[in-house]
Design a binder for this molecule. Structure first.
Ligand SMILES: [Zn+2]
Ligand SMILES: [Zn+2]
Length: 478
């Protein structure tokens, strides 16, 4: 059903009723329950907070999956929903009694709403049955008779902070009766005392994903006790932990933070995905980081970091990396000897699905050490080697090795060094001639799905020349 379809009688009736708010609210007492979702959706879109406040206590399902309707968080709407929950618990609402147990602010499942708005075209019986049951997102035996608010929390900008603060404060005041279940927590450049308040009001066991970005090293130690309680964390993203300029003092703080963080790692029994981006403190500490983990990782992503030879040497020995599926080392400064990385690839050849070594500026002599293991990684679906300094003979050898890997669906390779003149400018004729030759090496073995050859960024126009079955040159040649 397109946007052009004329409104149904039901939609017209709801729209008309909502024009008279007081009338709409009094009609809630007698309205057939199956009309409530459609009415809620329209009232939500109109931000008619009085109507929403009155509807929560009479909501006829255990779950109110309002998250699917939220485009941008709106504080007044949130307040109305929470007021509605309060009215439900204190039984101050109208004589009609609802069933709500879970206010879900996260879901992206929009089926619920399309079923009740009458424009869902699939089999709706399944969906309805599912929403008859309270959503099980966390194991929380102590809270059986109470209400749960499921949410992702962002402390990213002023709007998200106000929203998160209000929710946290509200939950804090009702701690015995409300379970604030935060699945994903993102903290960027935040005031640390504010963050601690939020951490106090959510159940830390429920957090599955934690993103910490652009924080000062001084603030990190304060996180320690809270991190250790996140026993169900499966994804940890650490980005750009910044040093203050008090160099003399910061040395001690760095060590304190690293040892605090690493002492919490063994408690993350579920951690599977570790993303480390732009953490200068990582260099020389890889052994300590990985040794602290208690479970094999599925994803190890290290970007904009420096790995020393000592760090690299440790990778193939680490038992926690033996089942890796995703290995990303983009924009990583790697030391000369890549033998250990070859050994790591050898170890994970049965599980590795995606390998990214973009912008590592590796030379032939380094990359050659990866080739034997690479050709055995039979599960690979994606490789990205763009922005490495590889010659035509080495690329040919690489493609011969990789042509056998039949599961690859996405392949990105650097244009060979032979495509540049002595100033580093692209020789377009060479590029246009060599890329199809390279591609044909793969095509002799299998039909490639998506293969890209890219030059490095042109220093005049800042674009790349790209070959994907046909060439697209940088702007200098158009
Ligand atoms: Zn929970
Ligand atoms: Zn250019």
């Amino acid at each position: 059903m397109g946007n052009q379809a004329p409104p149904t009688l039901q939609q017209l009736a709801i729209k008309g009723l909502l024009r008279e708010e007081a009338l709409a609210i009094s009609a809630l007492e007698v309205m057939p329950w199956m009309l409530l979702p459609a009415m809620f959706e329209v009232a939500f879109k109109n931000r008619q907070t009085n109507v929403l406040r009155a509807m929560v206590p009479i909501w006829p399902f255990p779950c109110l999956p309002v998250g699917a309707l939220i485009k941008t968080p709106h504080l007044e709407t949130l307040k109305a929903l929470l007021d509605g929950l309060d009215a439900f618990t204190t039984q101050m609402a109208c004589s009609r009694k609802g069933k709500v147990r879970v206010l879900d602010l996260t879901t992206t499942d929009t089926h619920f709403w399309s079923i009740w708005a009458g424009n869902y075209e699939g089999d709706c019986s399944q969906q309805v049955v599912r929403h008859e049951q309270p959503m099980e997102t966390c194991h929380d035996p102590g809270m059986k008779n109470n209400l749960k608010v499921v949410t992702d929390l962002k402390l990213v900008d002023n709007d998200t902070k106000d929203y998160a603060n209000h929710l946290a404060q509200w939950a804090q005041q009702r701690k015995g009766s409300i379970h604030l279940c935060c699945l994903k927590l993102q903290i960027w450049e935040s005031c640390i005392s504010n963050v601690i308040e939020i951490l106090k009001s959510v159940d830390l066991h429920c957090i599955r994903e934690l993103h910490l970005r652009d924080l000062w090293i001084d603030d990190m130690a304060a996180f320690g006790p809270y991190l250790g309680q996140m026993r169900n964390l499966h994804t940890l993203v650490l980005e750009g932990i910044t040093n203050t300029f008090r160099m003399d003092e910061s040395q001690g703080l760095e060590e304190e933070w690293i040892s605090t963080l690493l002492s919490q790692f063994p408690k993350f029994h579920c951690l599977q995905h570790l993303y480390i981006n732009d953490i200068y403190l990582l260099v020389g500490c890889m052994r300590e980081w990985l040794r602290s983990l208690k479970k094999p990782l599925e994803t190890l992503s290290i970007t904009y970091c420096h790995l020393s030879q000592e760090d690299l040497d440790h990778l193939p020995q680490c038992l926690n990396l033996s089942e890796l599926r995703h290995l990303h080392l983009n924009s990583v400064f790697l030391d000369e000897w890549l033998g250990p990385l070859g050994l790591l690839l050898e170890r994970v050849k049965a599980t590795l699905q995606d390998l990214e070594l973009e912008k590592c500026w590796l030379e032939d002599s380094q990359f050659r050490m990866l080739l034997p293991a690479l050709s055995q990684c039979s599960q690979l679906t994606k490789v990205n080697f763009i922005d490495n300094n590889l010659s035509l003979p080495l690329l040919m050898q690489l493609l011969h090795n990789i042509a056998k890997l039949s599961k690859l669906t996405q392949e990105l390779y650097p244009a060979p060094l032979e495509c540049y003149d002595h100033r580093g400018l692209v020789l377009v004729d060479q590029f246009d001639q060599l890329c199809p030759e390279l591609l044909s090496i793969i095509m002799r073995k299998r039909k490639p799905r998506k293969v890209t050859f890219a030059t490095r960024q042109c220093y005049k126009c800042f674009n790349h020349s790209i070959y994907e079955l046909e060439s697209r040159h940088c702007l200098c040649w158009q």
